[in-house]
Design a protein around this ligand. Structure first.
Ligand code: HEC
Length: 145
């Protein structure tokens, strides 16, 4: 009796995991960032592109020993911006988004000696969320290191 219940519980868990994975494909549609989405790009996708441009610039700044410049306040919209797939915005997403904003603040407040390391941690915070939620853009993100 007990083992049957345990078995049923395992089946239920497997079921939940499968459902979680099959709700993610909305994100995979954005794998090819050069293709224009026929349904229009989501707010989050547009913000992500802006974040990527920012990182490309900061990589150059860090290499040249320059200051990061103005703090990108509007990146905090990562929490509220509409994703292509509304299911994406769950607690896991929010946790990674908080972590990203913390690392962004650390990078902007870093001393010249710590800036390189803070930048690396910032890229890691992008990659962390993408590994869990949206692996498509990882190749692009890895080039930011
Ligand atoms: C909290 C999770 C999270 C963090 C942190 C995050 N991303 Fe994303 N990113 C996403 C999700 C989800 C999408 C899919 C957006 C959509 O389709 O609406 C996305 C999409 C993208 C895309 C594809 C955009 C397009 O053109 O469709 C790129 C590139 C990207 N992110 C780069 C980055 C970079 C660079 C960082 C760090 C500066 C970063 N991301 C941080 C979750 C995250």
């Amino acid at each position: 009796m007990l083992t049957t219940r345990k078995f049923q519980f395992c089946l239920l868990l497997v079921g939940i995991i499968l459902v979680l994975f099959t709700t993610i494909p909305g994100c995979d549609k954005n794998k090819k960032t050069t293709v224009i989405n026929p349904n229009g790009d989501s707010e989050l996708a547009l913000l992500m592109r802006e974040m990527t441009d920012y990182m490309v610039l900061q990589k150059i700044n860090v290499a040249g020993g320059k200051e990061p410049g103005k703090y990108p306040l509007h990146f905090s919209a990562i929490h509220a911006a509409q994703p292509t797939d509304p299911e994406v915005r769950d607690d896991v997403f929010t946790g990674f988004a908080d972590h990203f904003i913390n690392k962004l603040k650390e990078f902007n407040g870093a001393t010249p000696e710590n800036r390189q390391d803070a930048y690396k941690q910032l890229v890691q915070s992008c990659a962390g969320c993408h590994q869990q939620i949206c692996p498509g853009p990882l190749a692009k993100i890895n080039k930011l290191y």
